[in-house]
Design a protein around this ligand. Structure first.
Ligand code: GLA
Length: 417
């Protein structure tokens, strides 16, 4: 479904539910991380791209109630959020991503009026494609449109990250919210998670593309293990006498091997190696050096599997199948993406062979695991945007409406294969 189709559907859904056309329509994308896994909370580098799956929200001021009514089309459920006082955690669970962002705006001294909201997201839930960041960033974008309080993009991403920490209890890094805010069409984003500086890396070669393979499994240990990995990285940095693993090198780690237990050593070895791989891969993208990028992706997967231990059998099976196809068959590289323990793999492939590659991976994966995978492609997409506003542009949004709004015309389709 294109963004244009999705936004029409959401606008129509709003009208049906609330009996009038929406005043604002906003979208924020999910993401796939091409390389740079578990490096963001170590002050390292990441190389994600926004994907053509979105959380789209339509809204208007409420005419009847003093609270926010938020209808989620997917859950077919409405959350009521009382905005007359500081917003707290509540039910249903999914509403906490929205509550957290509203609380963040309130914390900045912004008065939040009562709204009617309609939400639909096409970002697969639990697939490691940042459905939660898309929801947070679309909420923040709607609040920007509605209140006229335009946030600096970095502050916006950080506010959404805080919502995830405080309202969802996930101590995530900054990658997901940054790319959902700052994604650009046909560009990857090289993000320095220490300085928060970004560099756009063009992906213009029409002969290669990104294939996303959803394993359709999610193993429950995810959140606890994520926090554990963070703690192990911090322990390694402490032993090495650096503020984060960004400041360590393979040599300093090797020299300190005797001072830490083997698990902590391996976690640090992953992070230090992954930061280097990410920088090399960004160069490789710049030079369209696909064999090199592909090898870095395989090396990233091996390190996540063996040293960081966040992969799982299903993800390993996908990567093994990709390796058997090889560059001759059109697959340059493949790796698990996101936090791990299920979710998706990302592969760099020859565009002209996507159909046969996808068919082969789907069949082999089913044979080996008994699970049906979902496969799709996406070009790097644009970040969050206000698609429509009925207001005269609020003053602080004036410049944005001139520069930043993407009309959803000619938005390429996220293709299922
Ligand atoms: C999750 C987190 C990100 C990042 C990745 C691993 O997606 O939300 O901040 O740490 O895991 O790279």
């Amino acid at each position: 479904m294109t963004l244009k189709e999705l936004s029409h559907e959401v606008a129509a859904g709003f009208k049906e539910k609330y009996g009038r056309t929406p005043r604002w329509l906003v979208a924020a994308p999910g993401r796939v991380n091409v390389i740079g896994e578990h490096t963001d909370y170590n002050d390292g580098f990441v190389l994600p791209m926004a994907i053509e799956f979105y959380a789209v929200m339509a809204g208007d001021f409420s005419r009847s109630s003093g609270s926010i009514s938020l209808y989620d089309a997917q859950a077919d459920e409405t959350a009521q959020i009382d905005v007359s006082k500081p917003v707290a955690k509540g039910e249903p669970k999914w509403s906490n991503y929205v509550r957290g962002v509203i609380a963040g705006f309130q914390g900045r001294g912004v008065k939040i009026p009562a709204f009617d909201l309609y939400l639909r997201s096409t970002v697969p839930l639990g697939g490691g494609l940042s459905s939660s960041a898309a929801l947070e960033v679309s909420t923040a974008t709607l609040l920007e449109a509605a209140t006229g309080d335009q946030l600096d993009p970095v502050d916006k991403a950080l506010l959404c990250q805080q919502a995830e920490h405080q309202f969802a209890g996930v101590p995530c890094g900054i990658m997901d919210q940054f790319i959902s805010v700052m994604g650009r069409k046909n560009k990857l984003l090289l993000l320095d998670c220490r300085s928060r500086k970004t560099k756009l890396v063009p992906m213009n070669d029409p002969s290669v593309g990104i294939l996303i393979i959803n394993s359709n499994v999610r193993h429950e240990l995810g959140t606890g293990e994520y926090a554990k990995r963070r703690a192990e990285c911090e322990a390694a940095a402490k032993i090495l006498g650096v503020s984060s693993l960004r400041d360590a090198s393979a040599e300093t780690l090797e020299a300190a091997k005797g001072k830490m237990d083997d698990t902590v050593f391996r976690r640090a070895r992953h992070v230090i190696g992954e930061i280097e791989r990410t920088l090399h891969a960004a160069e490789g993208f710049g030079e369209s050096n696909w064999p090199t990028v592909g090898q870095l992706m395989y090396a990233s997967h091996a390190s996540l599997r063996d040293d960081y231990q966040v992969s799982c059998r299903e993800l390993d099976v996908i990567v093994e199948i990709a390796e058997t196809i090889g560059a001759k068959g059109g697959v340059f590289g493949c790796r698990m993406t996101g936090g791990g323990f299920g979710g998706c793999c990302v592969a760099l492939v020859t565009n002209s062979r996507i159909a046969e590659i996808s068919k082969f991976i789907a069949e082999e994966y089913k044979k080996k695991t008994g699970v049906a995978a979902s496969l799709f492609t996406s070009r790097p997409a644009a970040g969050a945007a206000i698609l429509k506003t009925r207001d005269n542009p609020p003053k602080s949004l004036g410049f944005r409406l001139g520069l930043g709004v993407q009309t959803p015309k000619h938005v390429p389709t996220c293709r299922a294969v």
